[in-house]
Design a protein around this ligand. Sequence first.
Ligand code: GLC
Length: 694
Amino acid sequence: MDNRIKTILAASLLFAAMVANAQPKLREDNIDEILKALTLKEKASLVVGAGLGSEPGIDLINAEPVRVPGAAGMTRSVERLGIPALVLSDGPAGVRISPTRKKDKNTYYCTAFPTGSLMACTWNTEMVEKVGQAMGNEALEYGVDVLLCPALNIMRNPLCGRNFEYYSEDPLVAGKIAAAMIRGIQSNGVGTSAKHFAANNQETNRTNNNVIIDEQVLRDIYLKGFEILVKEAQPWTIMSSYNKINGKYTQADEWLLTDVLRGEWGFEGLVMTDWTMTRNTAEQVSAGNDLMEWGMNGQVREIVRKVKNGKLDEAKLDICVRRVLELVVKSPTFHGYQYSNKPDLKAHAQVSREAATEGMVLLENNGVLPFTNKGQIALYGVASYDMIAGGTGSGNVNKPYMTNIHFGLEDAGFEIDETIAEEYEEYLSHKKNRKKGYVMTGEPAWKEMAVKAEDIRARVADNDAAVVTICRQAGEAGDRSIEDDFNLSALELALITDVCREYHAAGKKVVVVLNIGGVIETASWKNIPDAVLLAWGPGQEGGNAVVDILSGKVNPSGHLTMTFPLNYTDVPSSANFPTDVKSGFFSMVKTMSNGNKNKGRKDFDYTEYAEGRNIGYRYFGISGENVSYPFGYGKSYTTFSENALGEKTVKVTNTGSVAGKHVVMKFDEKGELVAFAKTRLLSPGESQVVELKY
Ligand code: GLC
């Protein structure tokens, strides 16, 4: 190469280097400067997600190199100005990423913590914050910048498929528990995304369902939880929901996202959409939805086009870009955090177990619990041997293991009837190897195994007691059914009835354990067994946590944050909730595609919240009349007294014979919950003065 060319090359490289150096690089204190330096196309790219590129195999559109396989999505980078791409990952019960990676001998398992409904039933914001700290640490150490949780939509109806990851029928509980989770997670320097804002209370046709609702009811019941968490915890982000409210997509509702969320409540963070196909992108930007996830390249082009043709005000785009940059400069990625990919899963498993025992609810106990001797137990129910940690969909967690009651009892020194165990293991064996297909979505509940009455009878003599576990599964993209789901199946009822008849005839006791994600019918059978323990979706340590309670190692202190009605049709919203739609992911995709065919279809195309404020205890009350179990209900192995020392001060005393924790709840004159607090573990005779804050 002759000297002239070399000189030109050197000069141009020097010029390029000078230009590069002359360009500002993003810092925490120069966002205005960066905004001015960004081109229109760069601005448009920053408010559109980088696609599903993080999902191996469905790399539809990936504008960024995949950094954390299995994460839900990413934002986009602008290398020229030192703006990195961020990683966004689910979910409410733990970090959801792929547990293995191509050509990588390491594993990337995450702790499956208990699901939202169990965490709320702890009524213990300190415990929730502790789980959040552990969960947020796993996000940090696996390279995740924003964890897409908590999920706190109101449990308007028992059949909503995602109630397992929600907290309550009451907005105060939902808001306080969510705020505690956000504080815990964000204490690690990673973000959260409180979701789904707002009124996403069914999965059927969730992407287009139009919620028709009175504004005051919307504010008092469905927005209130988000208002509480914004004011108490300032999540880095909020996720707008798929649905419409009163005819407008929440993702493009300026009243909701700008006037209320920011204007009235003072939210300082970023709003991202739920994982939506391209809709009305310019309207979304204009309304104050700052980031379109998962992000399609067409959305970038639309934004550029509409700014150029005057259909989108660039000043509105700049507001969204600013919020994206404000998020970036807070993130571990921006600060170059060297994540280890080695969080302390052992320590987090212990936190998961502790939380699981704290949120389980003892519904019935005629004295059989805790088991006083370590005899032999006859264990019935598929979930006794293959327990369900949590729900399906984005709320699933790829956990390193799952405990079950079988091994939990053995680990605690109980004998198990191996004859019965072998029958279940045989029945489950061919199913278990099907589980590999559920890595990213979670496990189904297996159909219950039928057991003949004579076979039950034949085992009675060898056992001291029996445990029957009933399980349910539910999840994203589909709602539940009434038959064989809300109501027990005939087979399940027969199992409980037959086991109780045979063991009671021999003077032996039976405990039923509910490994479920949402409310089921209980009134018709709950007095047949001697005890009923609601274990919910307890996370990976669920089997051990159940046994911690059955054995008396832990005194149950969970209380219901939702009402268990006598019958499904007693619930006011049952008059306006879909029950004739096949649930599941593919039915959702189908409805997304043929929405027009369903125009005007009640509870599908639109859902009228005609029940107004009549949600849960606001309709049924808390006395327990006319319901199977009321809001706030939960038994203990001990007893407590409450003595009011003032309007907001209560002295709680353990008046029983074993240590335990108690929840104080305060309702106002309208009968609405205004405050709650949980005591520490009180020994027999010990008191604690509780100050209620409201
Ligand atoms: C899903 C869920 C949302 C989740 C997101 C990313 O559709 O609705 O909760 O965080 O997509 O997986």
